[in-house]
Design a protein around this ligand. Structure first.
Ligand SMILES: Nc1nc2c(c(=O)[nH]1)N[C@H]1C(S)=C(S)[C@@H](COP(=O)(O)OP(=O)(O)OC[C@H]3O[C@@H](n4cnc5c(N)ncnc54)[C@H](O)[C@@H]3O)O[C@H]1N2
Ligand code: MOO
Length: 409
C-alpha cells in the first residue's frame, strides 16, 4: 500500500466499528472501594429508597405545617411537645394537630408531621409547650423518603466511569460490589534506530523517546493498563518479535513510527505479517496523521501511529481513544468542548480533516481561540495548547471571528 488511497476519519472509524466488533472486554466484580475510575459493565439500579424514611434537614420541631400558618413574631403558634426523636433511632410517635416533636438534623420525622420549624424560630415556654414564631410550608425542613432516589430507579448506566461522588452514592444504597469492565490492556512500541531511552546517555544525533511515555500516560488516563512498552530498532524481524510478544497479553497494540512509506518503514509490513485480516486502513485524510495504519491480528486491534510525537498523540486520541471508549461503552466521558471565537484566520489542508491546536483566552466574558502553530515533531505545540479545533475535510479554513468548537485536552 502506497498511501495513495486514503480513508476519511469517518470511513476509518466505520471500518474499525466492523473489524473490532469482537475486540471486547470481560468483566470483573469489585468492591466499591476499588471502584474509583472503573467503568460499569451493567446498569445499576437503586435497591432501596434513599432516604429510607422522611428525615429532618434541620434541628427543630416536626409539626403539622398547617398549625404554623399565619404564625409570626407578634402572633406565635403554641404547640404541645409530645416527645423527641433520637439520632439513629426509629420512632413510634405520631403527631396530631397542635403537637410537635423535637427532631435533630437527619433524624426521623414522626408520622403526621410534614414540616420542621428550626429551633431558632421556636421558644420553649415550659416543659411541654413551645411558641413558634415562623410559619413553615409543607415539606420545609425535611427530605422525603425516596426523594434522593427511589428503589428501582436507574442510578448509573453501563459505561459510567465511577467518580468519587458515585462511590458515595453506591455506599449510600448499600451496594457493596459492582460489575466493571476489566481494564483494557495495551502495548506500546516505538520504532526507530535513532530513538533511545530519554534518561540514558544520548549520543549526538539520537532522539529521546517521547512517544511511549506520552502514549502510556494517555492510555492510563483512559483507564487502560500498559502491559508492554519498548523501543525497537528499525528491523522487521525485531519489530515482529516484539509485536508478537506484546499481542499475547493485550487487547490493543500501538506501534509508533515507521508508518510512512520510507524504505525502512516496516510497521505496515509487520502488522500484515501478524495474522488475518492485517492492515485495513493505511492512510487517513487528516492533518496531522496522514500515514496512520489500523489493522487487526489474532483478534487484537493494532494501530500504527506516525512517529512525529504530535501526530502520534492526536492519532491516538482520534482512533485509539475512540476504540477504548467503545470497548468500555464509555458514556459522557467525552473531552470537554467549548465554543469560542476564532482570534485569527486559520488555514486548513484541502481534502484533509485538519486538527488545529489553539490556546483559549477569556476576554470580556467571551472565549477567544488563538491558533498555535508548530511542526508535528514539536511536542511543546501540545503542551502550550489548551485544545484543538477540528476543521472538516471540505471546509477551506476558518475566518477570524467565526464561532468554533474547541475540544479541550
Ligand atoms: N514520502 C512521504 N514522506 C512522509 C509522509 C508521506 O506521506 N510521504 N508523511 C510524513 C508525515 S505527515 C509523517 S507524520 C511522518 C511519519 O513518519 P513515520 O510514521 O514513518 O515515523 P518515523 O519516520 O519513524 O518518525 C518520524 C519522526 O518522528 C520522530 N520520532 C519517532 N518516534 C519517536 C519517539 N518515540 N519519540 C520522539 N520522536 C520520535 C522520528 O525521529 C522522526 O523525526 O512521515 C512523513 N514523511
Ligand atoms: O501526519 Mo504527519 O502526521 O502530518 O505530521
Amino acid at each position: 500500500m502506497e498511501l495513495l488511497k486514503v480513508d476519511t476519519v469517518e470511513e476509518a472509524r466505520a471500518k474499525m466499528d466492523v473489524f473490532f466488533q469482537d475486540v471486547v472486554l470481560a468483566y470483573e466484580k469489585i468492591a466499591v472501594e476499588e471502584g474509583l475510575g472503573r467503568v460499569l459493565y451493567e446498569d445499576v439500579y437503586a435497591p432501596v429508597d434513599l432516604p429510607e424514611f422522611h428525615r429532618s434537614t434541620v434541628d427543630g420541631y416536626a409539626v403539622a405545617a398547617k398549625d404554623t400558618f399565619g404564625a409570626g413574631e407578634g402572633l406565635p403558634a403554641f404547640l404541645q411537645v409530645i416527645g423527641r426523636v433520637e439520632m439513629g433511632e426509629g420512632t413510634n410517635l405520631k403527631i396530631r394537630s397542635g403537637e410537635a416533636v423535637y427532631v435533630p438534623t437527619g433524624g426521623m420525622i414522626p408520622e403526621g408531621a410534614d414540616g420542621v420549624v428550626m429551633v431558632e424560630y421556636a421558644e420553649s415556654l415550659d416543659e411541654g409547650t413551645i411558641a413558634v414564631y415562623q410559619s413553615v410550608a409543607p415539606g420545609e425542613g425535611m427530605i422525603l423518603k425516596g426523594e434522593d432516589i427511589r428503589a428501582g430507579e436507574l442510578l448509573f448506566s453501563k459505561g459510567r466511569r465511577l467518580k468519587s461522588q458515585d462511590i458515595g452514592a453506591l455506599a449510600a444504597l448499600g451496594i457493596r460490589y459492582v460489575k466493571v469492565f476489566e481494564k483494557p490492556k495495551i502495548s506500546i512500541i516505538s520504532t526507530g534506530d535513532e530513538i533511545v531511552d530519554p534518561f540514558s546517555y544520548i549520543k549526538f544525533g539520537q532522539i529521546r523517546d517521547i512517544n511511549t511515555y506520552a502514549l502510556w500516560a494517555m492510555a492510563k488516563e483512559l483507564g487502560a493498563i500498559v502491559t508492554y512498552r519498548a523501543v525497537i530498532k528499525d528491523d522487521d524481524e525485531l519489530l515482529r518479535r516484539a509485536a508478537v510478544e506484546a499481542l499475547e497479553n493485550s487487547h490493543i497494540l500501538v506501534i509508533s513510527g515507521g508508518s510512512s512509506v520510507g524504505a525502512k518503514d516496516a510497521t505496515a509490513r509487520v502488522i500484515h505479517s501478524l495474522g488475518e485480516p492485517g492492515v485495513f486502513v493505511h492512510g487517513v485524510a487528516m492533518k496531522p496523521g496522514k500515514p496512520t495504519i489500523i489493522g487487526k491480528a489474532k483478534n487484537k486491534a493494532v494501530f500504527g501511529l506516525p512517529g512525529h510525537p504530535v501526530s502520534a498523540i492526536i492519532v491516538f486520541q482520534i482512533f485509539t481513544a475512540y476504540l477504548l471508549e467503545k470497548m468500555q461503552s464509555l458514556d459522557g466521558q467525552k473531552k470537554l468542548e467549548i465554543y469560542a471565537k476564532a482570534d485569527a484566520n486559520i488555514h486548513a489542508s484541502p481534502g484533509k480533516e485538519t486538527y488545529q491546536m489553539v490556546v483559549v483566552e477569556e476576554v470580556h466574558g467571551e472565549y477567544l481561540a488563538r491558533p498555535v502553530h508548530g511542526k508535528s515533531g514539536a511536542i511543546t505545540l501540545l503542551t502550550k495548547s489548551h485544545g484543538y479545533i477540528r476543521i472538516e475535510t471540505n471546509k477551506e479554513g476558518i475566518q477570524k471571528g467565526e464561532k468554533v468548537k474547541v475540544i479541550l485536552f
